[in-house]
Design a protein around this ligand. Structure first.
Ligand SMILES: Cc1ncc(COP(=O)(O)O)c(C=O)c1O
Length: 401
């Protein structure tokens, strides 16, 4: 008998450009932290659409706001004013301490925007600086500029030549960073917690080295907070937690709660060098996107979700350390808030299907890391239930050797 899932998968295999190696599961509905497949099975989701669905699925305030906005006005373009873009910019600038916002639709576009604004800054100052310092194990996106600053050669090589002049520095060596940033460095770009690279938080000492290098040379610092920002660590942005002082910040993922929203936040000294027409987008910052992001921010701040993430971090860390004590092939537990990685002494790929069999969704990244990015609203009881399933999947993985 052909099932709905069979049909969906067969159609994709025939008509879709095959750039994604999907897991053999077809989700059709979500509720809270649970996803339901086409056969009605429910899964506990510790991934939230790769860090996107911050308020979980079917959140009544978010879905209500989106529905109401869809009925009122979806999109007008950036040729005209609408009431929401300024409100969202005001909220994000006050949360970040940067002075202006520019909206787009994804994380990679936010990084491209930061890159262009930084280039424009150096052009305006009449200095031909183009050198970029980026970190080993970084990931900034798949478009040409963002890809140029992404460290994994496997992603980059088929698309070379990319932007020239990128220097890679270890993410745990402040002295190497200080040595690499010179008076011809235009940009230093860092993820405050590297996500795709294996959930690696930068230390306060590393952030201090970035600040010092920038101050000494004038280089601009871009904080790529696409994965670590918008509340995922219990703070609005992890930069502040480690004392990093960026001139530009890239946002995406959790900000829209599932509606595509990206943003570049820009400090005053860069913002003053940007002129009309320097950058643009048709969709960026439309009413639907802004309404979704405003609702997410309302929930984070006034709705107490940020504080909830802070409390959950302690609970999650305790549970994960207990897992590591049980399964000796877990060699390290890293993370903050609701962003965690379990480093294994082996390839972590097997955990994904073993988890799905037990109806828990987790992700493998950087080959040997199990990554957890649950919805911000997950409760202790839900997390414990999910960890019970993950524990069983880890036992099965251990048994495979
Ligand atoms: C830190 C970081 N920057 C940029 C991106 C790219 O974002 P998007 O996939 O929305 O283009 C990602 C995506 O995983 C990311 O984790």
């Amino acid at each position: 008998m052909t099932t709905v899932a069979d049909e969906v998968q067969a159609r994709e295999r025939q008509y879709l450009l095959q750039t994604y190696r999907r897991q053999p599961v077809t989700f059709v509905r979500g509720e809270g932290v649970r996803l339901f497949d086409a056969d009605g099975r429910d899964y506990l989701d510790l991934l939230s659409g790769i860090g996107v669905c911050s308020l979980g699925y079917g959140h009544p305030r978010l879905t209500g706001a989106i529905a109401e906005q869809a009925q009122t006005l979806l999109h007008t373009s950036n040729l005209f004013y609408h009431p929401l873009q300024g409100q969202l910019a005001e909220r994000l600038t006050s949360l970040s301490g940067l002075s202006r916002a520019w909206f787009c639709n994804s994380g990679t576009e936010a990084n491209e925007a930061c890159l262009k604004f930084a280039r424009r800054y150096w052009f305006t100052r009449g200095e031909k600086r183009t050198r970029i310092v980026a970190l080993e194990e970084s990931f900034h996106g798949r478009t040409i500029g963002a890809l140029s600053m992404t460290s994994d050669a496997h992603y980059r090589e088929p698309f070379e030549p990319l932007l020239a002049d990128v220097t890679w520095v270890s993410n745990s060596d402040p002295a190497a960073l200080l040595a690499a940033v010179t008076p011809d460095t235009a940009i230093v770009i860092v993820e405050p917690i590297q996500g795709e690279g294996g959930v690696r938080p930068l230390t306060a000492a590393f952030a201090a080295a970035v600040n010092e290098a920038a101050q000494r040379t004038g280089a601009l610092v871009i904080a790529d907070e696409v994965q670590s920002g918008s509340g995922r660590t219990g703070a609005p942005f992890y930069s502040a937690t480690i004392g990093l002082r960026p001139h530009l910040m890239a946002l995406g993922k959790a900000l829209g709660g599932g509606v595509p929203v990206g943003a570049a936040l820009i400090g005053d000294e860069v913002a003053r060098t940007i002129a009309y027409g320097d950058h643009g987008t048709t969709y960026g910052g439309n009413l639907l996107a802004c309404r979704a992001a405003l609702t997410v921010l309302d929930e984070l701040v006034a709705g107490g979700v940020l504080a909830h993430v802070g409390r959950m971090a302690i609970h999650i860390e305790g549970r994960l350390r207990a897992l590591a004590a049980t399964h000796r092939f877990i060699t390290e537990v890293r993370g903050a808030g609701v962003m965690w990685g379990l480093e294994l002494d082996r390839d972590a790929a097997a955990i994904v299907p073993l988890g799905l069999e037990r109806r828990v969704i987790v992700n493998r990244t950087a080959d040997t890391v199990i990554r957890l990015l649950p919805p911000f609203v997950i409760t202790e009881a839900e997390f414990d239930e999910a960890v019970g399933r993950l524990d069983a999947a880890l036992t099965a993985m251990g048994a495979q050797g």
